[in-house]
Design a protein around this ligand. Structure first.
Ligand code: ADP
Length: 485
C-alpha cells in the first residue's frame, strides 16, 4: 500500500525512450519514515547502462543540430509538466526520501526552476569575435555542447540534483544519462515520464535506476564516448569517480561534501541569525551539503544566542513528512542515524554539553531529535566531519581573525554563512573565506540564477546561472586566414 499517486511511475530505468521492465532482477525502495516497501523496480545492469550510452550517442547526432529555440521549447514544456504535477511529485519525493511534504514541494519547484532557467539560457549561447593578429586573419570563437554527458546523483535531493544537471546539458545540445541514487529512484522515474510526455526525443534524456552503483559507475565514468561526467555526492566517492574519469580525460563537475561554518558576530541581528541557523541547519533534517556544520559564535553573545537557538530548536515538530505541521522528518536510513549518534556521543565524551536533543526519537528507527551542542571544540569529530543530521554544534570565538581561521581550517570549501551588520566586516570576512559561496545575513543561498559550487575538496564546477551553462559548453576557436584581396 502506498499513499501517493503512482501514475507518473514505471517499472525501472528509462533508456532510449523505453522503460526497462526486466523482472528477473529487482530492487526495492523503502519509505524511511517506517521502513516499509513502496516499490520494486527492475535493477539495471552495466549492460543496460551501455545501452543508454549507445542510445545517447545516437541521439546526439541529431539533438546537437536541433535549433536552440526548439530545444528551449521542449525544455519549457518539460518545466510546465513538472509544475502541473508538482503535488504528485512532492508526494513521491516525501515517500522515498522522508522530508516534510512542504519541503518536498519546495524541492520540486526549486528543481523545476533550473529547467525553466536553462530553457531560457539555451538561446543565449554567444560566441566572440577577436581582433586578428594580422590584416589577412580573423579570430572567431563559437561555443558548442560538449557532447554526451553522464551523471550520478544522491538521495538527499532526488529531483533537483537531476534537473540541475540535465537542464543545462540539454540546453547546450548535449544528451544526458543519469544514475539516480538507489534509495530514491522514484523521483527520477517520474521526471523521465514527464520528459517523455514533453516530447523530448528518445535517447536525449535517460535515467538508470539500479542498486549496482559501482558497475554502472564504471560505465558512466569510463566509456570514451562520454565527454563529461557530473557528480553530486560525498567527497570519498567523488575522488574515486574523478580518478575513473581521468583515464579518458573527461570534463567533470564535482559537487562534493561540505563543512559549512555559520559565523555569528556580536553585532549581528540575533533573531535573524537564529532564523538563518534554523533554515541552513535543519532543512531536510540536516542532510544537505550546504547545511551549517559548525556554528561559530562570538563570545559576548554566546550565552544569549544559545538560549534563543535552543528555544527555536525545541519548537521543531519531528514526525512523518506526510503529516501536517512537521518540520523534521526521518533520516534516510538507520546507518545515517548511527553516524549522527556516534558523532554526538564522541563530542559529549570529550566535554560537549547537550543543550537540547542528543538522542534518537522514539517515533521510529530513523528519527533523531533536533540537537544543540555547546562547548564544542574545533578538533572534535562533530566539527571536523560533515554531520548530515539535525545537530548544531556551537563553538565560541573571540576575534574576527579567529573566526576566519576556524572557518577555513577544513579541507572542505562549499557554503559558508556570516551574520554581521558591519559592512567593512562583510567584505573582509567574505573575501577571506575559502569557500565557493558565502551567505551574508542569509541562510538559504541556492537558486537557479546563482552559481552553486565549491572549492578545495568540495569539488569543482558550478551549477545554475550562466556559469552553469558554460560547464556544458566547449569553446572552439576558428582562425580565418587568407582574407587579403
Ligand atoms: P551519500 O553519502 O549521499 O549516499 P555517496 O557519495 O555515497 O553519497 O552517493 C552518491 C551517489 O553516488 C549515489 O547515487 C550512489 O549510488 C553513488 N555511488 C556511491 N558509490 C559509488 C561508486 N563506487 N561508483 C559509482 N557510484 C557510486
Amino acid at each position: 500500500m502506498v499513499n501517493f499517486d503512482t501514475s507518473l511511475l514505471n517499472s525501472g530505468s528509462y533508456i532510449n525512450g523505453c522503460w526497462l521492465d526486466d523482472n528477473a532482477d529487482t530492487f526495492t525502495v523503502l519509505n524511511p519514515a517506517n521502513n516499509k516497501e513502496i516499490a520494486t523496480l527492475a535493477n539495471a545492469s552495466a549492460d543496460d547502462a551501455k545501452r543508454a550510452v549507445d542510445a545517447s550517442q545516437e541521439a546526439l547526432l541529431s539533438w546537437r543540430h536541433v535549433p536552440a529555440k526548439e530545444r528551449a521549447r521542449l525544455l519549457r514544456r518539460w518545466f510546465d509538466l513538472v509544475m502541473e504535477n508538482k503535488e504528485k511529485l512532492a508526494a513521491i519525493l516525501t515517500a522515498e526520501q522522508g522530508k516534510p511534504l512542504a519541503e518536498a514541494l519546495g524541492e520540486v519547484v526549486y528543481g523545476a526552476n533550473y529547467i525553466e532557467w536553462f530553457a531560457e539560457e539555451a538561446k543565449r549561447v554567444y560566441g566572440d569575435t577577436i581582433p586578428g593578429p594580422s590584416a589577412d586573419k580573423r579570430i572567431v570563437v563559437i561555443k558548442q555542447g560538449v557532447g554526451l554527458v553522464s551523471a550520478i546523483t544522491p538521495w538527499n535531493f532526488p529531483s533537483s540534483m537531476i534537473t540541475r544537471k540535465a537542464a543545462p546539458a540539454m540546453a547546450a545540445g548535449c544528451t544526458f544519462i543519469v544514475k539516480a541514487a538507489a534509495e530514491t529512484p522514484l523521483s527520477a522515474i517520474a521526471l523521465a515520464e514527464l520528459a517523455h510526455r514533453a516530447g523530448i526525443p528518445k535517447g536525449v534524456f535517460n535515467v538508470v535506476v539500479s542498486n549496482r552503483a559501482k558497475e554502472i559507475g564504471y560505465v558512466l565514468t569510463g566509456d570514451p564516448r562520454i565527454a563529461k561526467f557530473s557528480f553530486t555526492g560525498s567527497t570519498p566517492v567523488g575522488k574515486i569517480l574523478l580518478e575513473q574519469c581521468a583515464h579518458t580525460v573527461k570534463k567533470t563537475t564535482m559537487e562534493l561534501g561540505g563543512n559549512a561554518p555559520f559565523i555569528v558576530f556580536a553585532d549581528a541581528d540575533l533573531d535573524a541569525a537564529v532564523k538563518g541557523v534554523m533554515l541552513s541547519k535543519f532543512r531536510n533534517a540536516g542532510q544537505t551539503c550546504v547545511c551549517s556544520n559548525r556554528i561559530l559564535v562570538q563570545k559576548d553573545i554566546y550565552e544569549e544566542f544559545s538560549k534563543r537557538l535552543v528555544s527555536a530548536v525545541e519548537a521543531l515538530e519531528v514526525g512523518e513528512g506526510t503529516k501536517e505541521g512537521i518540520d523534521i522528518g526521518p533520516l534516510i536510513h538507520s546507518g545515517a542515524v548511527s553516524n549522527v549518534e556516534s558523532l554526538v556521543e564522541q563530542a559529549v565524551s570529550n566535554g560537549a554539553k547537550v543543550l537540547t536533543g542528543g538522542k534518537r526519537n522514539d517515533l521510529g528507527e530513523n528519527f533523531y531529535e533536533p540537537t544543540v551542542l555547546s562547548n564544542v571544540d574545533a578538533q572534535m569529530s562533530v566539527a571536523v566531519n560533515e554531520i548530515f543530521g539535525p545537530v548544531a554544534p556551537l563553538i565560541e570565538f573571540e576575534t574576527e581573525q579567529e573566526a576566519i581561521d576556524l572557518a577555513n581550517n577544513t579541507e572542505f570549501g562549499l557554503a559558508s554563512y556570516i551574520y554581521t551588520r558591519d559592512i567593512g566586516r562583510v567584505w573582509r570576512v567574505s573575501e577571506s573565506l575559502e569557500y565557493g559561496m558565502v551567505g551574508i545575513n542569509e541562510g538559504i543561498i541556492s537558486n537557479e540564477m546563482a552559481p552553486f559550487g565549491g572549492v578545495k575538496q568540495s569539488g569543482m564546477g558550478r551549477e545554475g546561472s550562466k556559469y552553469g551553462l558554460e560547464d556544458y559548453l566547449e569553446i572552439k576557436y576558428l582562425c580565418m586566414g587568407g582574407l587579403d584581396s
